[in-house]
Write a new protein. Structure first.
Length: 252
């Protein structure tokens, strides 16, 4: 018994190529497709595609000729970029931007307020038997704010061996200390030994290594510091905005 089905493409939408003739689907014997033919219009010069499946025979599928590269290039449209490469580039850009943001936060997120919050009261520092670094600063001092991240890192490294004190030059409570240490510019770092005697001072913007080497010498109990007197760019203490002490216990 054989069944014959004929499909017509005449009812396809207007955008579909109508050069193809009706094709024949023949079923013989068991309900399996044995022969399928699709023949283009004999008058058309376009390549043909034929699929022949006979009983026990091997399928043969001639490939349709691919458009030449010249035709694709002549169309005037550039080749679309590789999507996987674009995704990887975008992901790398996001990661780089995130890393930059985090590094910026780590380096510049420390403020003078953070330093004063972690600083030791001056009176306590002079009585605990440890060497001390006293920083004279002001909230309006640009150099003080700029050096805050470096000072914080050094403090975290040596806080178990060295006291770190912050004294605000705008606070009238420290008038005597300003005169005693001869503070004319800020930031002014005074380095005191275990007995509270000044071994030297560093003023203004200087390489971070100056502070590190001086603090390291204090922590090691050396009798002198490598940079006993160094001056860089600083803010004048004469510009300080004097205010009365509101909290007698405040060390800021």
């Amino acid at each position: 018994m054989a069944a014959r089905l004929v499909f017509s493409l005449s009812s396809l939408p207007s955008g579909i190529n109508r050069n193809y003739q009706p094709f024949l689907l023949t079923q013989t014997g068991a309900p399996r497709v044995r022969a399928l033919r699709c023949q283009a219009n004999p008058e058309s010069s376009e390549p043909q595609e034929k699929l022949v499946v006979d009983n026990g025979s091997t399928s043969e599928i001639p490939k349709v000729a691919e458009p030449s590269s010249s035709s694709s290039s002549s169309s005037g449209f550039p080749e679309s970029p590789n999507r996987d490469v674009n995704r990887r580039v975008a992901a790398a850009s996001v990661i780089a931007a995130l890393a930059l943001f985090l590094s910026t936060r780590l380096d510049f997120g420390i403020s003078l307020k953070d330093l004063t919050a972690s600083a030791l009261p001056y009176e306590e520092a002079l009585s605990n038997g440890k060497p001390t670094v006293v920083e004279f600063y002001a909230d309006w001092c640009e150099v003080c704010r700029e050096l805050a991240p470096d000072v914080y890192k050094i403090e975290q490294q040596y806080k178990d061996k060295v006291n770190f004190v912050m004294l605000n030059v705008d606070n009238t409570k420290w008038e005597q200390e300003l005169d005693e240490f001869g503070v004319e510019g800020i930031p002014h770092f005074a380095f005191l030994d275990r007995q509270g005697n000044e071994e030297g001072n560093v003023v203004g913007r200087l390489p971070r290594q100056y502070l590190v080497e001086n603090v390291n010498a204090l922590a090691a109990g050396k009798q002198s510091i490598p940079h006993a007197r160094a001056v860089g760019q600083y803010s004048s203490a004469e510009a300080r905005k004097v205010h009365q002490v509101t909290d007698p216990l405040s060390h800021g």
